[in-house]
Design a protein around this ligand. Structure first.
Ligand SMILES: C[S@@+](CC[C@H](N)C(=O)[O-])C[C@H]1O[C@@H](n2cnc3c(N)ncnc32)[C@H](O)[C@@H]1O
Length: 226
């Protein structure tokens, strides 16, 4: 099974080929590489891709040690990239139309086999051990923030997310994020059997003034109890 960062690179080739010759595209990764495992390594792979294309790259993680390793990597590449230490959902909430491409691979889903070392990092920085509910809520809040932080045509990959059939429930990181996104301006554009990850794209008309007005009217109607 291929990793989400490989799906992201494939999605850029297939869904946004025009961006590949454009500079100034901005990529965010939420969930920095923490362990030197060949199956992970997304921070190195995605930042190298951004450097090659003269794009900007930001990676965000709640664990300062992971951020420090990313800063060392960026220094060794001579790249002006940024590693933010924060909860990804909080960081995204502070951003306004800042990112074109986002890789969401943060709070681990609870597969029951996380090492004690991982669990201790969660206890230290988030106050409790890995919890499936908290994972789903974190990715939901990150997606909700993307409706402000994403630029026109924004493309998001959520890693470790799959379902066993088109009518079956979502598993992993996305069970709350995906249904919410599909009701709020996002379309599911890639869900392939080779990847435990999915691609979501923001409706290109999402920020059009008439669409924004329609959403505001709907919210106002709801407030009035309509
Ligand atoms: C699966 S690992 C990321 C792996 C990395 N993307 C790679 O492929 O090399 C998940 C990361 O999310 C971080 N994390 C957990 N909760 C987070 C949160 N709320 N905000 C930001 N990072 C978080 C963990 O510290 C961990 O480094």
């Amino acid at each position: 099974m291929d990793h989400g960062h490989a799906l992201l690179l494939r999605a850029l080739q297939e869904r946004r080929p025009e961006w590949l010759t454009r500079t100034g595209i901005s990529m965010l990764e939420v969930g920095t590489t923490r362990e030197p495992l060949p199956s992970q390594d997304s921070t190195r792979i995605l930042s190298a891709f951004c450097q090659e294309h003269s794009w900007s790259f930001t990676t965000c993680d709640m664990d300062p040690v992971n951020s420090e390793h990313a800063r060392e990597l960026f220094a060794s590449m001579g790249a002006p990239f940024v590693a933010v230490t924060a909860k990804g959902e909080d960081y995204i909430r502070t951003q306004n139309r800042a990112f074109d491409v986002v890789y969401l691979d943060a709070y681990d889903f609870d597969h029951g086999k996380h090492s004690e070392q991982r669990q201790e990092r969660y206890e230290e920085f988030l106050g409790s051990r890995i919890d499936q509910d908290a994972c789903e809520v974190m990715h939901l809040e990150a997606m909700q923030g993307m409706n402000h932080a994403g630029r026109k045509g924004c493309l998001v990959v959520i890693d470790d997310t799959w379902r066993d059939g088109p009518t079956k429930p979502w598993k992993g990181k996305g069970p709350r994020a995906i249904p919410w996104a599909l009701r709020n301006g996002w379309e599911l554009t890639m869900e392939l059997p080779d990847y435990r990850a999915v691609v979501l794209e923001l409706d290109p008309t999402y920020y059009r003034p008439d669409q924004r007005l329609a959403r505001a009217a709907k919210r106002f109607g709801r407030k009035l109890g309509g």
